[in-house]
Design a protein around this ligand. Structure first.
Ligand SMILES: [Zn+2]
Length: 612
């Protein structure tokens, strides 16, 4: 089954617009009908149009009067085929026509229509340079957004003799009803029905003089009556189609700031990047109130915090979430759902409740077993039965390290990619002063013992000049030359790292990633890590840090001594590490990759740019 086939018939919106070319006096009759039916439209006026006799052309007063009620778009000065004349001449035709209209209406036109629909890439580029947002061609049967500077239309209000097959295909009409082709009003109604069904853009265009010549006013009025007053429709001028479509992104994450761990920070930075890239971003997360709380942050994201009924260790949970999330998904009708895993439940429910919107799973670490979570057997069941449902359903999987992607998610390599977290270089700044001689800093949660703090203490005991500074949660264990600082945040944390001669991450458990390593690298502090999990992705041994085997106190002591006794070498390692962070581990860099990934998934969706 392809994505298009799995797409359910969701209640989608139709954008309705009309446009009327050349600037004939009969345009006023069109304007009257548009007003009668509450429709919107754009009149493309060519002030000296060679197709019209001078008497029938709109004069500046007429253009100004029409311009108070509808959009006036540019259509060149004298209506030449722009592809048949030198480019420079074409540009001056466009500018002269636009200038004439601006003088008449007092407004610079932002929409353009190519005479005879003839255009090329150079013309589109020049239009962009001249400040136009939208340019229309005469291509028919389009019901989806396309290049705003080579936009198609849906129906021409004129009885064409060619295009039958394209109409049958676009409208999904059986050949037995091909007779409808003989009535452009019926063609318009069929294509409007398709838009109602699938969502999209309905763009009717024509010439007032043509309607008049073929005595089609009644037919036009019937079409106007048919397409007007629909609750599902938005009635707009052509210029409104020049905006790129806003992608609606729904993010689900068990936690979201103000609670701040690595996962929350990542989810927040990426969501904010999407919001700043003009996407509509909604976030579902857990809250502390008894009812759903909503807030809008300064970047325009809307955060929905769901009530938590109980927690299993650190995992928030509620039996009502399935209904809450299903209702939210229905109301928000997202184009993409991005769930942050594997903290169980909330993200799984969101992934399963998406009603056909593509799912992106962001996967933060390997197995949760043995990470200090209680109920390992329950986690085991979850990882075996529930998690794969979301992973299988996912259109794309984003891993936060290559280690996770290659090991824990190797079954999904073909649809996964790695996007690293970033370091905030405005917070973690390069140190300016000299560090405390022999100071070794450890930053992390050492409640579980999995961070290898035990043999780090042992290593420090072997080196008389070394002092260990421990930052983070955990029970202090008395040890010579060891200072416990508790949890530090913000400036205090940065200052502690900057003051240290080196940072050590001695994990003997395969961590997905070592954020603290990157933070120290950003501070210009040399780092030592273990060759396990995602750590070797960050540190290249003796290139931008030192790697030691996990669990080996002697090797770790040697590495610490090396940094203490070779300050010049240590400085070189720190310099190269800093350059690496700037190039590959800034939030800006990785957020950009995330936004590109979203745009790619959005393009896979029907109704976005599948030609109709
Ligand atoms: Zn024209």
């Amino acid at each position: 089954m392809t994505l298009a086939e799995s797409w359910p018939n969701r209640h989608r919106r139709v954008t309705v617009t009309t446009s009327w070319d050349d600037g004939h006096k009969k345009d006023f009759r069109i304007a009257g009908l548009l007003e009668k039916y509450g429709l919107q439209g754009t009149f493309y006026v060519s002030p000296a149009c060679r197709e019209l006799d001078p008497e029938s052309r709109l004069d500046p007063e007429g253009i100004a009067s029409l311009g108070t009620r509808f959009e006036i778009g540019a259509h060149t000065f004298s209506h030449p085929d722009l592809t048949a004349i030198p480019h420079q001449e074409a540009v001056s035709e466009i500018s002269r026509g636009a200038g004439f209209l601006e003088n008449a209406t007092g407004e610079k036109p932002l929409s353009f229509c190519y005479p005879y629909g003839r255009f090329n890439r150079d013309l589109a580029r020049s239009l962009r340079g001249l400040g136009f947002h939208y340019a229309r061609t005469v291509r028919q049967f389009k019901t989806s957004r396309s290049d705003p500077l080579a936009a198609g239309t849906t129906v021409h209000a004129y009885q064409h003799r060619t295009g039958l097959i394209r109409y049958l295909r676009a409208a999904g009409v059986s050949p037995g009803r091909a007779g409808r082709w003989l009535d452009w009003g019926a063609v318009a109604a069929d294509l409007f029905d398709i838009c109602l069904k699938n969502g999209g853009i309905f763009h009717l265009w024509g010439h007032s003089w043509e309607i008049d010549k073929y005595d089609d006013w009644d037919r036009l009025e019937r079409v106007f009556a048919y397409i007007s007053g629909r609750r599902q429709a938005d009635y707009v001028i052509n210029r409104d189609l020049g905006q790129l479509p806003r992608i609606r992104l729904l993010v689900a994450s068990s936690y979201f700031p103000p609670k701040m761990g690595g996962l929350e920070r990542y989810a927040f930075e990426m969501a904010r990047g999407a919001a700043r890239a003009e996407m509509q971003v909604d976030v579902i997360t857990s809250g502390s109130s008894r009812k759903i709380e909503r807030e809008q942050n300064e970047d325009g994201m809307i955060i929905h915090r769901l009530p938590v009924q109980f927690r299993i260790k650190d995992t928030p949970l509620s039996l009502r979430w399935f209904f809450d999330i299903r209702r939210l998904v229905r109301a928000l009708d997202p184009d993409i759902v991005n769930v942050h895993m594997p903290v169980p439940f909330l993200a799984d429910l969101a992934a399963l409740a998406t009603r056909g919107a593509p799912v992106i799973v962001t996967y933060h670490c390997g197995s949760m077993k043995g990470q200090g979570f209680a109920l390992n057997s329950l986690i085991g069941l979850y990882e075996r039965w529930v998690l794969p449902l979301a992973l299988k359903k996912a259109s794309r999987i984003i891993c936060t390290s290559e280690h996770v992607r290659q090991n824990f998610l190797r079954r999904y390599l073909d649809k996964s990619t790695t996007i690293y977290p970033g370091v905030d270089l405005s917070v973690f700044t390069q140190r300016t002063g000299a560090p405390q001689e022999g100071s070794v800093v450890f930053v992390g949660d050492f409640r579980t013992g999995l961070k290898g703090i035990g043999y780090l203490r042992e290593a420090v005991r072997m080196i008389p000049q070394a002092t260990l500074h421990v930052v983070g949660r955990g029970a202090p264990v008395e040890s010579p030359r060891t200072v416990y600082h508790g949890q530090l945040r913000g400036r205090e944390l940065v200052a502690r790292i900057q003051d240290s001669q080196m940072l050590v991450l001695p994990s003997d458990w395969p961590e997905a990633f070592g954020m603290v390593l990157l933070e120290a690298m950003a501070c210009g502090v040399p780092v030592i890590g273990t060759g396990i999990g995602g750590i070797p992705e960050i540190i290249r041994d003796h290139e931008d840090g030192l790697l030691v085997p996990p669990g080996d106190a002697r090797a770790l002591a040697d590495a610490i001594s090396y940094i203490i006794n070779n300050p010049d070498k240590a400085e070189e390692l720190a310099d190269r590490a800093y350059k690496k962070v700037v190039a590959a581990y800034r939030w800006e860099v990785n957020v950009k990759k995330y936004v590109a990934e979203l745009a790619k998934v959005a393009r896979m969706q029907p109704g976005k740019d599948t030609p109709a």
